[in-house]
Design a protein around this ligand. Sequence first.
Ligand SMILES: Cc1cc2nc3c(=O)[nH]c(=O)nc-3n(C[C@H](O)[C@H](O)[C@H](O)COP(=O)(O)OP(=O)(O)OC[C@H]3O[C@@H](n4cnc5c(N)ncnc54)[C@H](O)[C@@H]3O)c2cc1C
Ligand SMILES: *[C@@H]1O[C@H](CO)[C@@H](O)[C@H](O)[C@H]1NC(C)=O
Ligand SMILES: *[C@@H]1O[C@H](CO)[C@@H](O)[C@H](O)[C@H]1NC(C)=O
Ligand SMILES: *[C@@H]1O[C@H](CO)[C@@H](O)[C@H](O)[C@H]1NC(C)=O
Ligand SMILES: *[C@@H]1O[C@H](CO)[C@@H](O)[C@H](O)[C@H]1NC(C)=O
Length: 618
Amino acid sequence: MSTVHRVVVHPSRYTQGASPFEVSTSDAPLKDLNADSRHVLIVGGGVSGLLVAWMLLDKGIRVTILAKEWARTWDFSEPRITSQIAGALWEMPPGGCGLTEIETPGAGWATVEHYREWAMQSYNFYMKYAEVSNEHEKGGSSLGLSVAKLHQFFYDDAITSCSKKSPRHEHYNKYAAVKTRIGGVEVYPDKEAIAQRFDKSIINLSSGGNHFQSGYTHTAPIINTDKALAYLMALVQRKGATLETREVKDLRETGQRLLTDYKADAIVNATGLGARELVNDEDVYPVRGAVRRVENTRHSKFRHLNDAYLVPAQIGPDGLPSKTVFIVPRNDDILYVGSIIQPHNENMNLTPESPEVQQMWDRAGDFMPSLNHAGFVNHFPFAQGLRPFTKKNVKVRADEDCGFPLVHNYGHGGSGWTIGVGTAQCAVHIVETLLDDKDKTGLLQVVGMQTDWSDIKKEKFSNAIKGTLGANEKSELLDKIQASGVPESCKDRLKNVVNSWSAELIKASAKIGNQTLTDVDDRLIDDKTNLLEVVTQSDWNDEEKDKFRNAINGTLGETEKAELLDRVRASSLQIPDTYRDRLTNVVRLWSAELMKASAKATNDAIYPIEDNVYKARL
Ligand SMILES: Cc1cc2nc3c(=O)[nH]c(=O)nc-3n(C[C@H](O)[C@H](O)[C@H](O)COP(=O)(O)OP(=O)(O)OC[C@H]3O[C@@H](n4cnc5c(N)ncnc54)[C@H](O)[C@@H]3O)c2cc1C
Ligand SMILES: *[C@@H]1O[C@H](CO)[C@@H](O)[C@H](O)[C@H]1NC(C)=O
Ligand SMILES: *[C@@H]1O[C@H](CO)[C@@H](O)[C@H](O)[C@H]1NC(C)=O
Ligand SMILES: *[C@@H]1O[C@H](CO)[C@@H](O)[C@H](O)[C@H]1NC(C)=O
Ligand SMILES: *[C@@H]1O[C@H](CO)[C@@H](O)[C@H](O)[C@H]1NC(C)=O
């Protein structure tokens, strides 16, 4: 009963600094939460958000998930979130729902190699999970994971290497990745080999009006998304996560407020298609898909299937991916039959009678004639959803513009379940990197070592580095505000600013004040100016005044920067030269810029820009 099942999550080659870590299926997080635990806000309750939550919790990090909608655990009459609609078959990227799934967006973004790395992390996770979770699975409460044979068929030779210019190259590359990274692949190099392996009464080897020319079989995880999402939601709650139904608007604008309101340290954006509005990301677009849900019991005329069958997308004459057959048995005696690939179409108005759905069904029936005897699941026979694609591929990266810790994990397209464990691991790595900001710590150490600086001076530098004020100084400043001649209506705002201090906050606050002001004149307040005024009017000595001004500005004057730079250079701190260079850069950039620099450095490590890409750009 009390067995703790643990599954190791290995770092990928793109997160080399990270050490492997474990997640557990027990109720208690592997590392206890306490008053000092960091707190991460996750926006989005699909697979991308929930997996990040699970991993953070088992690392002893507090989690609150905000989502507009959650998976339906019993009322199936309402629309379901994308993660629930998915057939949730694991596939080596690029997935079968489109050869164009992975774009070549250029420097600094996820490449097909990142996808494959994330997919393999997920694959290894699922396989290990399948081993340790059996008793949970029998109890009906688990990921709803099954491990099946996946047979794939091609109208061309996908098995033999060919010119990089050939469209076949994509299929070959994928096969090569499967063969080298997954053991036990069965290969059918030609028509005859396929005919020998597959019973013609099950598979129509010339469906689609063409003979299949090659194929292969490997083991693949399949997730029952209804079970998995219900399970993940319950699991993260038992581990201490708070789930709150809430729509978040414009994260870049409101993020800092959210961090203050929830007393949180970082935000993860896992909103799928929602990112379009939320981070105003024009790159995000929907690809409509649909599946029919077929009874896969042993009672009907239809022969029960244990294996999954796939005819991956081909590029049609119109340049769009087309003609897929997707037949996937879940562990609940329901067979998923799909699929449709309709980029830039977000109308959820398909029905089983829609021409494209009928074509999809006919295609599957052509491929597997026994499907024509199958019955549909009567309470939920048909599902449609919008895959969250982006023009620059899945975004698992630190936001480089906003100046507070915001980590994106969205745009998983047709492979959220395939790569989800890997992308979550990467997102968690980024969150941790931003939270233990090594640059900040390094600078603070340098300041701490200055024996010839007065305490007040050290404090000044430390506060500027942290972009914050200590508790004593906050209360001191609050008193000054109270005693000042600032109008009463402004005092409250100023006090809020002081209470939730940070350079970025002031910027955000100034900006919000500005916007509100265009509508409401009497709220035209520049918090920063007012605070500086309060300090100027105070009875503090010049050195003290400077300290507060610097903290308010979130910056140091040029002379002070130069002074600190000298100290960094002369520092006896045991730091490598590369790190010293970083610190020097940080001092030059400073403050909110510090977080941006840190975000950029983190992204650059994960998405290295290759020499040839640089050259191509020049
Ligand atoms: C027909 C079909 C078949 C598929 N088959 C497969 C497959 O075989 N294998 C595979 O790996 N993948 C498959 N997929 C893709 C997979 O479903 C997605 O990649 C995955 O679900 C994306 O998960 P997500 O958590 O990023 O987004 P979602 O599941 O869309 O979750 C987004 C969450 O964010 C919330 N949200 C959005 N905006 C806001 C906001 N402003 N404020 C607060 N909350 C917000 C939503 O309410 C929701 O909780 C398929 C998809 C479809 C449609
Ligand atoms: C096999 O597919 C071909 C081509 O689509 C079709 O003409 C034929 O009827 C199919 N065979 C069966 C048994 O369904
Ligand atoms: C959050 O992610 C969504 C994609 O899901 C993106 O469109 C949006 O821009 C992101 N929000 C922010 C504030 O970055
Ligand atoms: C305030 O609004 C003006 C006019 O729109 C703009 O030029 C200025 O940059 C804004 N200031 C801030 C802090 O956003
Ligand atoms: C703080 O910023 C104001 C303008 O916003 C500037 O006038 C002032 O010189 C700055 N003070 C310091 C100490 O940098």
